[in-house]
Every structure is written in structure tokens, then in C-alpha cells.
Design a binder for this molecule. Structure first.
Ligand SMILES: Nc1nc(=O)c2c([nH]1)NC[C@@H]1CN(c3ccc(C(=O)N[C@@H](CCC(=O)O)C(=O)O)cc3)C=[N+]21
Length: 284
């Protein structure tokens, strides 16, 4: 038996088609959602991700606002672009592509953003709202993972979930989403300081592998039938994506998210959801 696929590509396509109708309805009310992106430097990976986001926007009818700065841009120059997007009524939501070049204070840039235009859900105000159970744009990757599980009928309520990683975009917010009353999962967060990762993984009904450590999750550590989400993005010598989950895990797991084609497309789809929801709120 081999695991069933948590098909991020197909699920993202379904979400985008639902959004197309909501965007059309907004336009009839005179509001066009617009996604802004701020890209600093010329990292090919970042350029590719940002290009993908604008392609998604075009598909659902969201306007694109692209701002690019050279790798030599100063803190003040990046902040000026952020202030400009805060003021721009055509920009209903935006992201600052991370990471920013060395020497730039990333947190200061994020704090300067208008929290109501935060399409990533990573502004400190919105992370605070998440902790306080207040409505807020949700971090795209954790929300994408949750949506992927829900739409494949994987039971979250009561599940033992192990999150591997404690990064700001996935590891830290993921347990906050999973432990809401609406989800009711039980979460263990593991990280590089965890003494016995295998022991935790073996008990998990759902594994979210977001450590950025190639093939960290091995088949002998996975409970038969578990759902395993591979969020890791490392690259091998040929430039191909290597995930945090060993390919043989598919022989043991009940569900597995391919990588690519799993969590990545879902992250992009949930970004669009945040943009459309912000525009709907601003339309009243
Ligand atoms: N402010 C900010 N927000 C982000 O959401 C953000 C960021 N900065 N910095 C970088 C990471 C990375 N990230 C990805 C999103 C989609 C794919 C994706 O769709 N990947 C495709 C394949 C892409 C390929 O083949 O290279 C897939 O998994 O199928 C990948 C990576 C968003 N990030």
C-alpha cells in the first residue's frame, strides 16, 4: 500500500477558481483587489516565487503591483516603498519577499506595514491577533497545510500532530492554528534541541516537517497511516528540490504531500485568499 496524495496543485487550482467568482463580485461593487510585492535583490529563487504569485493573480483577476529594488537598497529605500504601498489605494494587500539582504532589519520593515494590508499574515499585530483568537489574515503556509488536510478529509480533531521546526513563517504559527477550538488538535513542537525526535514522530497522526533538513523524516519513524506534510525546501547539487521527508515514507504513511506540488502551491493560494478577504473587508 502506498500513501494517498495530498494534492496541493489540484487543491490550489480549486481555491483559485472559487476566488475568481469572489473577485468578479468585488469588481461589480467597484473594488479591484491588488496584490503588491516588494522584491529586493536578484536571488533567482525569490524572483521565481514572486513571478509565480503574479501569475496566480492574473488567473483570478487580481491586479499586480510589482516593486523591485537592487540588492544594494538601503533600509530607508525599502521603508519608502513600504510607506508608498501603505498609502496606495490600488494595493489592497502586499508582501515583502523574505529574506531581505544582510544588514536590513527585517522586523522593522514588517512592523512598518499596514497590518490591514498584510497578505502574509506575518505582521506582529496579526500574529498577536492569532494568539488572542481575534480575526486576522492567517500565515499562508500553515493555513495552506490546514486547508490541504481539511479538503482531503484527514481528521484533525483529536489528532496528535508533530510540528518539526520553529521558524517564524511555519513552525511557530502552525501550532497556534492547530490548537484553536475549531481544530482541536494536540500539538508537539520539535526542533533541533529535541532529544528524541523519532520517539515523537512515531506517535504522530499528522507530521508537519518544516525544518529545512533534507530527508529528516524517515520511514521507520512514521506511524502507519499517518498524514505527512513535507514543507522542506532544500536543493541538491542539480538544483532539484529535496524535501524534509524521505521518499520511502510514502510506503508507510496514509497520506503524503508531494514536494513540489504539495504545500508550495497551497501557500500561494492562501496568499490570494488573504488579498481577497482584505479587499472584501475594505469594501464593507
Ligand atoms: N514574504 C514572504 N512570503 C512568502 O510566502 C515567502 C517568502 N517571503 N519568501 C520565500 C518563501 C518560499 N515560498 C514559496 C511559495 C511557493 C512555492 C511553490 O509554489 N513551489 C512549487 C514549485 C516551485 C519550484 O519548482 O521551484 C511547488 O512546491 O510545487 C515555493 C516557495 C514563499 N515564501
Amino acid at each position: 500500500m502506498t500513501a494517498q496524495i495530498l494534492d496541493g496543485k489540484a487543491t490550489a487550482a480549486a481555491i483559485k477558481s472559487e476566488l475568481t467568482a469572489r473577485v468578479a463580485a468585488l469588481k461589480e461593487r467597484g473594488v479591484t483587489p491588488g496584490l503588491g510585492t516588494v522584491l529586493v535583490g536578484d536571488d533567482p529563487g525569490s524572483q521565481k516565487y514572486v513571478a509565480g504569485k503574479h501569475r496566480d493573480c492574473a488567473q483570478v483577476g487580481i491586479a499586480s503591483i510589482q516593486r523591485e529594488l537592487p540588492a544594494t537598497a538601503t533600509q530607508e529605500e525599502i521603508e519608502a516603498v513600504v510607506r508608498e504601498l501603505n498609502e496606495d489605494p490600488a494595493c489592497t494587500g502586499y508582501i515583502v519577499q523574505l529574506p531581505l539582504p544582510r544588514g536590513i532589519d527585517e522586523n522593522r520593515i514588517l512592523e512598518l506595514m499596514d497590518p490591514d494590508k498584510d497578505a502574509d499574515g506575518l505582521h506582529p499585530m496579526n500574529l498577536g491577533r492569532l494568539v488572542l483568537n481575534e480575526p486576522a489574515p492567517l500565515p499562508c503556509t500553515p493555513n495552506g497545510i490546514l486547508t490541504l488536510l481539511r479538503r482531503h478529509g484527514v481528521e484533525i480533531k483529536g489528532a496528535e500532530v508533530v510540528v518539526v521546526g520553529r521558524g517564524v513563517t511555519i513552525g511557530r504559527p502552525m501550532p497556534l492554528l492547530l490548537t484553536r477550538r475549531s481544530e482541536n488538535a494536540t500539538v508537539t513542537q520539535c526542533h533541533t534541541g529535541t532529544r528524541d525526535l523519532s520517539a515523537h514522530l512515531k506517535r504522530a497522526d499528522i507530521v508537519v516537517a518544516a525544518a529545512g533538513s533534507p530527508h529528516l523524516v524517515r520511514p521507520e519513524d512514521v506511524k502507519p497511516g499517518a498524514a505527512v506534510l513535507d514543507v522542506g525546501v532544500s536543493r541538491n547539487a542539480e538544483g532539484k528540490i529535496v524535501g524534509d521527508v524521505h521518499p520511502d515514507v510514502a510506503e508507510v504513511a496514509g497520506w503524503i504531500s508531494p514536494n513540489p506540488g504539495g504545500v508550495g502551491p497551497m501557500t500561494r493560494a492562501l496568499l490570494l485568499v488573504n488579498v481577497v478577504e482584505a479587499a472584501e473587508r475594505s469594501a464593507g
